[in-house]
Every structure is written in C-alpha cells, then in structure tokens.
Unconditional design. Structure first.
Length: 232
C-alpha cells in the first residue's frame, strides 16, 4: 500500500486526484491539501506517513518545487510526481532537478493516474522522451564544463570520478539494495528478497541517497553506475 500526499490548489482537480488515488486498491490517500503552507505543515507533522508526493507547481502561496525539496529533506525515500499541463516542459525539467521522478498530465484519466504512480513505485520514471533528452543534454553540458575546467585537468577530473571504492563507501546491505533497485524492484520487493522490513529498506535507501548525494532512485542508479559501482 503506497501512501500518497496530493498538493493541488484547484479544489475540483484536488478532489479528482484524491479520488483517483482512493479508488486504487494499491494506493492510499495520506492527505490532500491546497497550498505550500498547508503542505509544509502537514509534512512537518507527518514526514514518515507518506511514500508518494503528487504536487502541482503553481500554488497560490509559492511553488510546488518548495514542497518537493522540503519533502525530500524530511523523507528522502519519498517519490515526488508533478501535476503538469501540456507545453510545461521547462517547469517539469526544473521539478526533476529538484528531485521529482516524473509528471502526470492534468487531463489524465483516473486509471492512468493510478497506473503512473504504481509504475513509478515499481522503478519507472514517467517522463516523455523530449524531457528525458533535455535532462541528458543538461547533464552532458555540465560534464563537459567540469572536464574542461582549466584549473583541473580533464585527466584529474576523470580520476576523481573513480577514486571512491564502493566497498569503502557502501555497506554490503546497501550494495545489495542498490543492485536490486537498479534492476527495477520496488521497495516492497527488495524487502521480501532481502528478508527485511520495508522501513529497513527505506533506511538503506536514505543512506544511499546521502552517500551518493542524490535525491531519487534513478539518480542513485545513475550516479552509482557513473562511479563504477554498477554495470552500465
């Protein structure tokens, strides 16, 4: 059962998303709020009471990006999704950089909304090929700038990418959990395969995020692969 926090200022849309979640047997509505302030207050009091954050970006008292960052700070294992409109690629890209794993369009059907959330919980990232390409282009640009830094030779920068040993950085259990999420297993499946509780899996995931300096499962897998911890 995945617990979902919905943050949407439009009451009709908020009720629509809340109903879409409530009518799915595998999902549970944790709360439904309409402003950044309400979301922050709920998160501060219930940081470990949700698994998925479904938030709009344009809220009356701020941005959904603030909610994503705060949610990830309090609960690094949570999985944020953005409620988006067509043609909103720039804001979606900013939300992914803030820690979101993807987005749901406002005109999606209830069944599509539930399926998108469950697919994400199973390891998928619901983003379009165009958004994925923009993320890759942005990453390549950042890597190019890093390797061309005149203060640090490119060879030195490359050496630093591989300077950390997985065995020095991650515990054996963290390595096992990382390998399983890289293969697409959900937290619940990892818990079953490793004979541990879901909360223990979430603790290992939280530690992985901190050690790899990432904010999502996809970032963890990407960074671990880049550092040579996982096969490409």
């Amino acid at each position: 059962m995945w617990r979902v926090l919905v943050v949407e200022d439009d009451q009709q849309m908020r009720e629509f998303f809340a109903d879409s979640v409530s009518h799915c047997d595998a999902l549970q509505l944790a709360a439904s709020v309409g402003t950044v302030a309400e979301a922050m207050a709920w998160l501060n009091a219930n940081a470990n009471e949700f698994d998925v954050l479904l938030t709009d970006l344009g809220l009356p008292d701020g941005s959904g990006l603030e909610v994503i960052v705060h949610a990830k700070t309090l609960n690094p294992a949570c999985e944020p999704l953005v409620i988006s409109m067509f043609g909103d690629e720039s804001n979606v890209l900013a939300s992914i950089e803030a820690g979101a794993l993807g987005y749901i369009h406002k005109d999606s059907s209830p069944e599509d909304i539930a399926k998108t959330i469950l697919d994400m919980c199973a390891g998928a990232s619901p983003i379009s090929p165009m958004i994925a390409r923009r993320v890759l282009d942005k990453y390549r640009t950042g890597q190019s700038n890093r390797l061309s830094d005149p203060v640090k030779p490119a060879s030195k920068a490359i050496e630093e990418l591989h300077a950390v040993s997985m065995h020095d950085l991650l515990t054996p259990r963290e390595q096992d959990v990382l390998a399983l999420i890289a293969r697409g297993f959900s937290y619940a499946e990892v818990a079953r395969l490793q004979s541990m509780s879901l909360s223990t899996v979430q603790t290992h995931i939280k530690n992985l995020y901190v050690k790899l300096s990432v904010h999502s499962k996809n970032e963890a897998v990407f960074e671990a692969t880049r550092m040579g911890f996982l096969s490409s």
